[in-house]
Design a binder for this molecule. Structure first.
Ligand code: URP
Ligand code: ZN
Ligand code: ZN
Ligand code: ZN
Length: 473
């Protein structure tokens, strides 16, 4: 086994920061040491197989992106990043674990969908990966299959109140699945938008000739996110299911979550970088068909309604607990362009898996969140929320040596396909200038990124068998 010594840096956790050296033996962290500590008289910087100088830099637990969709089937095509390309891009950006969604299609056995996802990801990933289960067909067979998920290391499942005829579940189905969630302790994840109402508005807008990407955001009004969020919370309260609402964008949905949490309910929410930085007017409303780059659901919200400020605040006050990307990239050419002349045919999703750590670090730079909170919302809470804490989400003896050396004085320009590593012919983040730089990334002790060089291999990443959430009371 080889040893790695990361010296001179400031180790940052969810609860504090301090000067410390990190000693790695093989795949695990074995010690956090006071700088200058010698072991049996010898200087570790002289004896370790690999020494990484982190002077002036932050040493943080590797990022955990708990919401990705590699190769996700959507709207007649598949998300353009495979497990190979998407996890490599994640590594470049300092994310060392992803949690992807196994998709049960209508009419398919739940167990078969999970087997399909294992076949897609196995041997392909650059970093460790876990799965949530999407339940796209709630029936007696799938309800009983949900009970077997924990044995498979899958402790959360997602349902959709949106996309009628595709992934949609009605209230009766949601109620029954939530009863199983309450019974088993598996976390219910919800895409909370009122899909049937959205579909009526979509048809009305198209009939009026309003076909541009902008109208995707008009049809998916905040009222329909607030309403669905409230309904999900009420069904969760009735059944006792723990609830995690994905990709929250509307300040009114945040208020629903905050109110339920104030009542003591086990209700949680994530947001995504796009809802913190991008808007209905500036991106979705870009001239011509350009706005298609930012078609995702929930949609980007109006800058005039100040959703972004409220979502940032919720992240600071823990009304929202964490940030995932909802990485679901589609190329403009051959994928997004299926919706020219009809915004409802634009496949939904944005690619950000490579940029989440950098984008959220800008919250530290601008004073919206602390350095510790940055680590918490990007790594520690995702680990706890999804039953990986201890192995992941923390730098401590015994933890996997998933480590990022982050240079606060470095700089990252986010640009076109030429500069990012996602399999995507554009960037939703083009032109973003980042204060900070992911310098070195270790995945279970192996250096996979080192100042501009990729040293990993596909197949380095292993499946993470998750426990029940460590965040619930
Ligand atoms: O636009 C999105 N979010 N695409 C991915 C599917 C989903 O709803 O998470
Ligand atoms: Zn969703
Ligand atoms: Zn998603
Ligand atoms: Zn650098």
């Amino acid at each position: 086994m080889s040893t790695t010594f990361i010296t001179g840096g400031t180790v940052v956790s969810a609860t504090g920061r301090g000067a410390a050296d990190v000693l790695v033996d093989g795949e695990r962290i074995v010690a956090l040491l006071e700088p200058g500590t010698t072991v049996l008289g010898s200087d570790l910087a002289a004896t370790a197989d690999t020494v990484i100088d982190a002077t002036g830099k932050y040493v943080i637990p590797g990022g955990i992106d708990a919401h990705t969709h590699m190769s996700m089937p959507f709207g007649g095509t598949n998300a353009s990043d495979t497990f190979e390309t998407g996890t490599r891009a994640a590594a470049w950006g300092g994310t060392t674990t992803i949690v992807d969604f196994a998709v049960q299609k209508f009419g398919e056995r739940l167990e078969d969908s999970l087997a399909t996802w294992h076949a897609m990801a196995g041997g392909e990933c650059a970093v460790d990966y876990a799965f949530h289960q999407i339940v796209g067909d709630v029936n007696s067979a799938s309800l009983s299959a949900i009970r077997g998920l924990q044995d498979e290391g899958i402790t959360s499942f997602k349902m959709f109140m949106a996309y009628p005829g595709v992934f949609y579940s009605d209230d009766a189905q949601i109620l029954q699945a939530m009863q199983v969630s309450a019974d088993t302790g598996l976390l219910t994840m919800m895409h909370a938008e009122n899909g049937p109402a959205i579909d009526v508005l979509v048809q009305q807008l198209l009939a009026q000739g309003k076909t541009d990407p902008y109208y995707h955001g008009i049809a998916r009004a905040w009222q329909l996110e607030e309403e669905a969020t409230h309904r999900a919370i009420m069904l969760a309260q009735l059944t006792g299911a723990p609830l995690y609402v994905v990709h929250v964008s509307a300040k009114q949905a945040v208020a629903q979550l905050a109110a339920a949490r104030d009542q003591g309910q086990n209700v949680y929410g994530e947001t995504c970088p796009q809802y913190l930085y991008l808007s209905l007017e500036d991106q979705l409303g870009a001239p011509g068909f350009e706005g298609a780059k930012w078609v995702c659901s929930t949609p980007l919200r109006s800058k005039h309604e100040h959703h972004q400020d409220e979502v940032w605040q919720a992240l600071r006050t823990n009304d929202l607990q964490m940030v995932s990307t909802d990485h679901c990239p589609f190329c403009m050419k051959g994928q997004k362009d299926m919706g020219i002349g009809d915004f409802s045919k634009i496949p939904n999703g944005i690619g950000s898996v490579e940029h989440r750590m950098d984008l959220m670090y800008q919250g530290v730079v601008s004073g919206k969140i602390t350095l510790e909170r940055w680590v918490e919302i990007t790594s520690t809470t995702p680990a706890r929320m999804f039953g990986m804490y201890g192995r992941k989400g923390v730098l401590a003896p015994g933890a996997d040596a998933d480590i990022v050396v982050y240079d606060p004085n470095g700089h990252t320009s986010i640009g076109l396909e030429k500069t990012h590593h996602m399999n995507l012919d554009y960037s939703a983040w083009e032109g973003f200038e980042i204060d900070g730089h992911v310098d070195t990334v270790l995945s279970r002790g192996k250096v996979i990124v080192d100042d501009g060089q990729y040293l990993g291999r596909k197949g380095d990443g292993r499946f993470v068998h998750r426990a029940l959430s460590q965040y619930l009371i």
